[in-house]
Design a protein around this ligand. Structure first.
Ligand SMILES: Cc1cc2nc3c(=O)[nH]c(=O)nc-3n(C[C@H](O)[C@H](O)[C@H](O)COP(=O)(O)O)c2cc1C
Length: 210
């Protein structure tokens, strides 16, 4: 039986143009198969050295969502989304596994030997950095995976909103995570209960550097 909430598959161009940050959600719950599809879209994202440092915590519990909203400077709309994804980077996992990922890239011939050598040297140097230095370097990989989720969500008629204004320490403490888990963003997900107008954007001429 077709899901009444799902929208027909959008073309990528249409999806990019139609996407809006959604801050008002219907209370309807999201089928687990659709959450699975969103995580599958995340899993397929590109990442430096194919290290795939993204990790996600799925939150549906009302009490936990309220605490997440508080940890996001009381942005209470977060608590009204049926699902909130806590989007993280696994720093230790990344450092421990990147050598083998780089070696894989060398073995399958995707990247030339000279570049593999540079990547391996860089990985060794990264191990000497502290968490504050390393986190932002890894976080952008997570951002790409999050954007995959955001665009795939449109196929199911789901709306999302990036939330970066967060107190990372509070969120880590909530879940008992140590500093190896870098919380990159919260992503509330649900069926939109608003239809926001097109937001202002710069023209192409304004984003070109002479
Ligand atoms: C990295 C990032 C962080 C953001 N953080 C927040 C946030 O904490 N709270 C919020 O309501 N919106 C947040 N947004 C959403 C932006 O406000 C929104 O993308 C922007 O106003 C453009 O609107 P649109 O997404 O509907 O095109 C964030 C967006 C990005 C990409």
């Amino acid at each position: 039986m077709p899901n009444v909430n799902s929208s027909p598959m959008l073309k990528t161009k249409e999806a990019i143009e139609k996407r809006r940050s959604i801050r008002k959600f219907k209370p309807d719950s999201i089928p687990d198969e659709h959450i699975y599809e969103l995580l599958n879209a995340a899993r397929l994202a590109p990442s430096g050295c194919n290290a795939q440092p993204w990790r996600f915590k799925i939150v549906k519990d009302k009490e936990v969502k309220l605490r997440l909203a508080e940890a996001a400077n009381n942005q209470m709309f977060i608590a009204n989304a049926p699902v909130v994804l806590v989007c993280c980077a696994d720093i230790k996992g990344y450092l421990n596994s990147s050598v083998s990922y780089i070696q894989d890239l060398g073995k399958n011939g995707s990247i030339e030997e000279r570049i593999i050598k540079i990547l391996l040297e860089r990985t060794e140097k990264q191990k000497t950095l502290n968490m504050e230095q390393i986190s932002p370097r890894i976080a952008f990989n997570v951002a790409i995976a999050v954007e995959h989720i955001i665009l795939r969500a449109l196929d199911f008629g789901l709306g999302t909103c990036w939330v970066r204004l967060i107190n990372e320490k509070m969120i880590r403490e909530m879940f008992g995570w140590d500093s190896n888990i870098h919380v990159v963003a919260l992503l509330p997900i649900g069926y939109p209960d608003e239809l926001p107008k097109k937001r202002k954007r710069l023209e192409i001429k304004d984003i070109l550097i002479d």
